[in-house]
Design a binder for this molecule. Structure first.
Ligand code: HAM
Length: 422
């Protein structure tokens, strides 16, 4: 019989890989906590119109990549392809602005886009991200980017990552610029691909991040958005750059960076990594000052970013594996079963990870297993140990061993081992 397989573009996250996921999630939770961000969890599916109205009907995500279906009452629903729209919806619906003038929120969870799967690109993937809602000032941008940088530093990725920074100006600036870009490109349109010709009509700014060398050459002479900034746009961008320098966050200005979602205004940024291959964007984000009012809420200038957990883990690949367990309790006879289970639980009460063997195997097999799962210690419990009240505790990393009574075992793991571990 054929076995049932997972869906293309989705992955099982198996041990020992799942340990790395937990390690990364811990870093994210901790960094967000020290910056004062609180977790928000929103539903996995939403009304389709939430995404079409916020991300934009002409974007790749909405026009090609969403998993949508009609519910029994005819409402079109969609598995969330990103989380900024969901956070914005929840912020408006739950009046979060009443809690505090700034809402600092973060999230971790699965998302769904029907893209062509490749390294670092899945159909179900996972993001962590933050959204800071309520401030229009550049110091908010600096805080958000600084939190991203803090996570990068904690993951030791700072050597391989670069911050690409741009401003796409406020709405007025962009409208004027789009027209200028259209006027400039009109005579060359015949030389552009069909996709780019469509973008010309529907989503002109996206033309700037074309992958075609020929189109890039033409665009080199195109007008620059920076020539269309208002005074306020210019002040904002200069201040963000100045604060990056103050905070020691290395960056380069990428004047063609526009991002693939429609809600952005002013600051946009991406952290790219040279460890990732074609899908080299680790983190993407930006300011979205009109999204909340476009969705029917109060004018709430906001900024955030999101990062792919899978991509972070690829970039962190050579990180050493964390030990899976502290102690393996080897049970060497039927009489020793109760003691093994009892002692294991007492050790777990010290917040140590402990595994005891339920297969009644030979000492040799249990030793092999303990080494395989990267245990730090093994404790042997057999008939002889029970009758003498003395147990062998082997340190598998240092290849040494000691004989301990039960109370000495507890004392050692409570006092000395805790210190070694920290
Ligand atoms: P995004 O650029 O669409 O932005 O996605 C952010 C990150 O999610 C990407 O840089 C990448 O690491 C990861 N990612 C995206 N698609 C995939 C995929 N198919 N497979 C694996 N990883 C993927 C957003 O989602 C915005 N909501 C970010 C944001 C938050 N802007 C303001 N606040």
């Amino acid at each position: 019989m054929n076995i049932i397989r997972n869906i293309k573009g989705t992955h099982d996250i198996l041990p020992p890989e799942s340990n790395k996921w937990q390690q990364l999630e811990k870093i994210v939770n901790n960094s967000c906590k020290i910056f004062g961000y609180e977790e928000i969890r929103t539903p996995i599916f939403e009304k389709t119109k939430l995404f079409s109205r916020s991300v934009g009907t002409e974007t790749d995500i909405v026009s090609k990549e969403m998993y949508s279906w009609n519910d029994k009452d005819g409402t079109s629903l969609t598995l969330r392809p990103e989380l900024t729209a969901s956070v914005a919806r929840s912020f408006i619906q739950n009046n979060l602005s009443l809690r505090s003038p700034i809402s600092r929120l973060y999230y971790l969870g699965p998302l769904f886009r029907r893209e062509r799967p490749q390294k670092g690109r899945q159909r179900q993937f996972h993001q962590f991200g933050i959204e800071a809602l309520g401030s229009k000032h550049p110091e908010m941008d600096a805080e958000v980017i600084s939190l991203a940088w803090n996570i990068i530093l904690s993951c030791k990725l700072n050597e391989s990552v670069i911050l690409n920074l741009n401003s796409i100006g406020s709405n007025d600036c962009r409208e004027n610029y789009k027209q200028a870009l259209k006027d400039f490109l009109k005579p060359y349109l015949g030389e552009f691909s069909e996709v780019s010709q469509n973008r010309y009509k529907e989503n002109t700014l996206r033309l700037l991040d074309t992958k075609s060398k020929k189109e890039q050459l033409i665009l080199n002479d195109a007008p620059k958005i920076s020539d269309y900034y208002t005074d306020k746009d210019l002040y904002h961008f200069e201040k963000v750059k100045e604060l990056m320098q103050v905070l020691n966050i290395p960056f380069k200005v990428s004047s063609k960076l526009v991002r693939g979602l429609d809600y952005y205004s002013r600051t946009v940024f991406e952290f790219t990594s040279n460890e990732l291959g074609a899908q080299n964007t680790l983190i993407g984000g930006g300011r979205y000052d009109s999204l909340l009012s476009d969705l029917g809420g109060k004018q709430t200038p906001s900024i955030g970013f999101a990062a792919g957990l899978e991509r972070f883990l690829i970039a962190m690949q050579d990180d050493k594996t964390i030990p899976h367990v502290d102690i393996y309790v080897a049970c060497l006879s039927e009489e020793a079963i109760s003691e093994s289970l009892f002692l294991s639980n007492k050790l777990r009460n010290l917040n140590l990870s402990v595994i005891s063997d339920p297969l009644r195997r030979s000492l040799k097999a249990q030793m092999r297993e303990a080494n395989k799962i990267n245990a730090n210690f093994i404790i042997l419990i057999g008939e002889e140990e029970l009758s003498k009240g003395i147990f062998v505790v082997k340190n598998l990393k240092e290849r040494s061993q000691k004989n301990f009574t039960k109370s000495e075992i507890m004392k050692f793991f409570k006092e000395e081992y805790k210190i070694i571990k920290e």
